[in-house]
Write a protein that binds this ligand. Structure first.
Ligand code: GSH
Length: 225
């Protein structure tokens, strides 16, 4: 199916989504590690609009945005389908994927970076969309049913990244007592061979989130009136 390249960083969860999908489908690819503090001419050429990773390059044609790339992968390599076949189930998987990126990621990031009086409020705001996800996974092994599917790959970051964000950001969100089904799903997800191979080492993520947190707080402080 031609040459496949992925421009990404090991610590980025949108990039992990793409590596997981390619591995679940058995697609060979070359991973090109980007330095986001010094973006390569290749990244600027292939994603001139957002200048972000991941970018999948197939037959020299670039595709950006992880959710868009996942759909491209699923339509191009038919084995081990990621999206459900039923149109309604497909629509629901897309609805929840959008929810994850627009609500869960934003709220968790807010809780991670919040300080002082704002922290408790931000944590409460992050627990709400997580509770919506808990309802979705209750009674199922994976969001995709018996097999890992599109929504599992989209939510996958909470299995490792969230845990590190909790530690670095001094908060607790995904407690087993509060979210038993999501917690169990995370354990199952991370054990799958195609997934396990592409989970960044914990210490790399710790370093990455420490850097992100101080960077974010420095820029907030610089913009305070
Ligand atoms: N919505 C995008 C988000 C991609 C994204 O935020 N990538 C980050 C790394 S995790 C990035 O490239 N940041 C560089 C920058 O913002 O300049 C997706 O799902 O692909």
């Amino acid at each position: 199916m031609g040459e496949v390249k992925l421009l990404g960083t090991t610590q980025s969860f949108p990039c992990a989504r793409i590596q997981w999908a390619l591995r679940l489908k058995g697609v060979e690819y070359e991973f090109i590690e980007e330095d986001l503090r010094n973006k390569s001419p290749l990244l600027l050429k292939y994603n001139p609009v957002h200048k972000k990773v991941p970018v999948l390059v197939h037959h020299d044609k670039p595709i950006a945005e992880s959710l868009v790339i996942l759909e491209y992968i699923d339509e191009t390599w038919k084995e081990n389908p990621l999206l459900p076949r039923d149109p309604y189930d497909r629509a629901m998987a897309r609805f929840w994927a959008k929810f994850v990126d627009e609500k869960v990621v934003i709220a968790v990031w807010g809780a991670f970076t919040a300080e002082g009086e704002e922290k408790e409020k931000a944590i409460e705001s992050a627990l709400e969309p997580l509770a919506n996800l808990e309802q979705q996974i209750e009674g199922k092994k994976f969001f995709g049913g018996e097999q890992i599917g599109y929504l599992d790959v989209v939510v996958g970051w909470i299995s490792q990244w969230l845990n590190v964000m909790e530690e670095v950001g001094g908060m607790k969100l995904l407690e087993a007592e509060r979210f038993p089904f999501l917690h169990e799903w995370g354990q199952n997800f991370i054990q799958a061979p195609a997934i396990k191979e592409c989970i960044p080492p914990r210490e790399k993520l710790v370093e990455y989130f420490h850097f992100s947190l101080s960077y974010c707080r420095r820029s907030l402080a610089a913009h305070k009136p």
